[in-house]
Write a protein that binds this ligand. Structure first.
Ligand code: SF4
Length: 98
C-alpha cells in the first residue's frame, strides 16, 4: 500500500498524526507532512487506513494497485439478466395474469 498527502487541502485537524504517528508529522500550525515516501508496511495498514478515512478533508489518498481490482467474471447464461426477462412469450413461467 502506498499513500500520498495533498498538503494544499490539509486543514490541520491532526487526526492523521493521532492514528498513524509514524507516517504523519504535524508542523507548528498543525498541518500534516508525510514521513517517508508514502510506502506503508502491512502491519501499519489498519492505522494508516483509519487516518485516511478519518481525514475530514480527504487530503490522504491511496495510490497504486489494489489487490481486489480484478476483471469481472464472464457472464454465464445463469447470471445473464437478459435470460430472466419477463415477456409475453414466457408469461406462463412468471405468472402474469390479465
Ligand atoms: S487529518 Fe487530514 S486535515 Fe487533518 S492534519 Fe491530517 S491530512 Fe491534514
Amino acid at each position: 500500500m502506498k499513500i500520498r498527502l495533498d498538503r494544499t487541502i490539509c486543514d490541520g485537524f491532526g487526526v492523521c498524526a493521532k492514528h498513524a504517528p509514524g507516517y504523519f508529522s504535524l508542523d507548528d500550525w498543525g498541518y500534516a507532512a508525510l514521513i517517508g515516501d508514502g510506502t506503508v508496511a502491512e502491519a501499519d495498514r489498519d492505522a494508516v487506513m483509519r487516518a485516511l478515512l478519518d481525514c475530514p478533508v480527504h487530503a490522504i489518498t491511496e495510490i497504486g494497485d489494489r489487490k481486489f481490482r480484478t476483471a469481472a467474471p464472464p457472464l454465464t447464461d445463469a447470471s445473464d439478466p437478459a435470460e430472466h426477462l419477463k415477456t409475453e412469450e414466457n408469461e406462463a413461467e412468471w405468472g402474469f395474469t390479465r
